[in-house]
Structures are given as structure tokens and as C-alpha cells.
Ligand binder design. Structure first.
Ligand code: PRP
Length: 178
């Protein structure tokens, strides 16, 4: 039996509404004249980040950071390998780190510490999905979309073996019984 998307957890309209709500919250807290630097974590966050950025009525620029998918050993150690770092100077910038999902919190904790080392004026975090029941380490999230149950989700940027990122709804992966 193979694993395929089985049912919708969050449909595109629910997601669209939440992303707009998050954008309004972010705008409400950014009154400085400098452009926001949106740092998107590859690859899963690209869909969320592109929708969020198009909702934001703020001057902003775009950056990317890529982290290596970790195996079991790195998951437990919390060491995350950055395979593509930001290229812009973060010193004095207002940075918004954008993630699709926080699970154990290990990736986010590592990235926050890594980016803070670059001396931004501020660093905030926006996460669409929070699987809070899996948390292993405390992390600060400034803007959260949805707290979701302990299910494997795909779509809206999230993958299973590289597939399903392009599904417009967030779906629960399960055994295909057909
Ligand atoms: C996902 C997600 C986060 C990380 C969260 O990335 O995008 O980066 O896992 O998990 P954690 O809280 O347990 O650290 P994934 O490794 O699936 O890579 P991808 O973004 O390329 O799909």
C-alpha cells in the first residue's frame, strides 16, 4: 500500500484567509521606514511565503536560506546543516523569518540563533503550521497560522518524498486502500 493525500485538513480558502490575517498582524507591528527583509526557508515555505508577501502592504525584499533535511541523528542532536545561507548583510535590518511548519522546533531554533548572529535590528518569525505536540525545544514564534494535530500533512508547499508541494489545499497523507 502506498501513501497518498487522503483528505483535506485546511482548504485553500481557509489558508488564504489566515495568510491575510497574518499579514495584517505583521503590518500592525512594523512602523519603521526601512524595508522588511523576508527570509524564506527552502523548500517547504516557498508557497506560504509567496502568498504572504503578496498580502503584505509593506516595502520588503526577499532572501532565502536552505537547510539540509536531517536524518535521525541530527534530528536528535538539533544540528541543522545550512546548505544555502542568506547573501545580504543582515546587520541593522528588520528580518521576518518565514517557515511552513514547526515540529520539534530544532530547525527553527538553529535558524534563529544563526540569523541573530548576523546582528539584525529585529528578527521575527512567521509560521503557517504548528505541530505543537511534537515540540522538543522551546522556540519563539511571533505569528502562527494554525496549530495542527499530529498528522502527516502535504500540499501548500509541504512534501512527501518531494511530491505534493503543488497541491493548493493542505491534505492529510494516508494509506491508499484502492
Ligand atoms: C520542514 C519544515 C521545517 C522543519 C521543521 O522541513 O520546513 O524546516 O521541517 O521541523 P522541526 O521543527 O522538527 O525542525 P523539511 O525538512 O521537511 O524540508 P523542506 O522544507 O525542504 O520540505
Amino acid at each position: 500500500m502506498s501513501l497518498t493525500p487522503q483528505s483535506v485538513l485546511l482548504d485553500r480558502e481557509e489558508i488564504r484567509g489566515k495568510v491575510a490575517e497574518m499579514a495584517r498582524s505583521i503590518e500592525g507591528r512594523h512602523h519603521h521606514p526601512d524595508p522588511l527583509l523576508v527570509v524564506t526557508v527552502l523548500r517547504g515555505a516557498v508557497i506560504f511565503a509567496s502568498d504572504l508577501m503578496r498580502e503584505l502592504r509593506l516595502p520588503l525584499s526577499v532572501e532565502f536560506v536552505a537547510v539540509e533535511s536531517y536524518g535521525t541523528s541530527t534530528r536528535s542532536s538539533g544540528i541543522v546543516n545550512i546548505t544555502r545561507d542568506v547573501t545580504e548583510d543582515l546587520d541593522g535590518r528588520h528580518v521576518l523569518l518565514v517557515e511552513d511548519i514547526v515540529d520539534t522546533g530544532l530547525t527553527l531554533r538553529y535558524l534563529q540563533s544563526h540569523l541573530l548572529g548576523k546582528k539584525p535590528a529585529s528578527l521575527e518569525v512567521a509560521v503557517l503550521l504548528d505541530k505543537i505536540s511534537h515540540r522538543q525545544v522551546d522556540v519563539t514564534v511571533d505569528y502562527t497560522g494554525f496549530v495542527i494535530p499530529d498528522v502527516f500533512v502535504v500540499g501548500y508547499g509541504l512534501d512527501y518524498s518531494g511530491l505534493y508541494r503543488n497541491l493548493p489545499d493542505l491534505m492529510i497523507l494516508g494509506e491508499d486502500v484502492s
